[in-house]
Each structure stands twice: as C-alpha cells, then as structure tokens.
Ligand binder design. Structure first.
Ligand code: FES
Length: 106
C-alpha cells in the first residue's frame, strides 16, 4: 500500500513558464494536469473538466477558483469542489517550488 506522502514529486515546469494569474497544461505519466500560478502560489488539479472534458488549464482564474472555458463551471483549486454542480469535482495535487522549478506530487 502506498500512501500519499510516498508519491514522488515530478518537475513539470519552470516558475517562469507559468505567468501570474495563468495556467498551463502539464503531463505526468501520460496524464494531463492543469498547473496554475495564483499570486505566486502554485496549484495543480486534473486538467480534464468532469462535465464535458474541456481543458481546465485554459479556464479563467478568479481568486482560488478556475472557471471551465466551455460552460464556466467553477472548480476550487484547493479542494477540487465545484459549486455550480456539487456532484462534480476534480482531484487536487500537492505542489512545491525549488530553485525556480515547479514540482507536483503525483
Ligand atoms: S466542459 Fe467544463 S463546464 Fe462543461
């Protein structure tokens, strides 16, 4: 059994690859994740919107939420919860920054 803390961190980008207030798509083990820079803090969630599959990395950021580019459902970057449709959610992942690089635990 592997616990959350045993999962490795993967370098996915340089800090400079993700401008403040934006998101990019990154890939770990063939899985697409969305990485966001909110005020210098990095958040990672699944890139695939659970509603109809749009890329959340292309969504619109507002405070600690991203709004899907297709139908504007909101997803909290810290919890993955969706307020508009409470039965939907995305996974969230731990991030860290070291020496100018961004890592995601996955
Ligand atoms: S595809 Fe994301 S809200 Fe519809």
């Amino acid at each position: 059994m592997s616990s959350e803390s045993e999962k490795p961190f993967h370098r996915v980008a340089a800090v400079s690859d993700v401008p403040l207030g934006s998101g990019i798509q990154v890939t770990i083990d063939d899985d697409d994740l969305a990485l966001f820079n909110v005020g210098g803090e990095f958040f990672a969630i699944d890139d695939l919107c659970p509603h109809r599959g749009a890329p959340l990395s292309e969504g619109f950021l507002e405070q600690d939420k991203v709004f899907c580019p297709l139908h504007c459902f909101d997803f909290n970057l810290k919890t993955g919860a969706c307020q508009v449709a409470s039965h939907l959610s995305v996974a969230t992942y731990t991030t860290k920054v070291e020496n100018g690089d961004v890592f995601i635990q996955y």
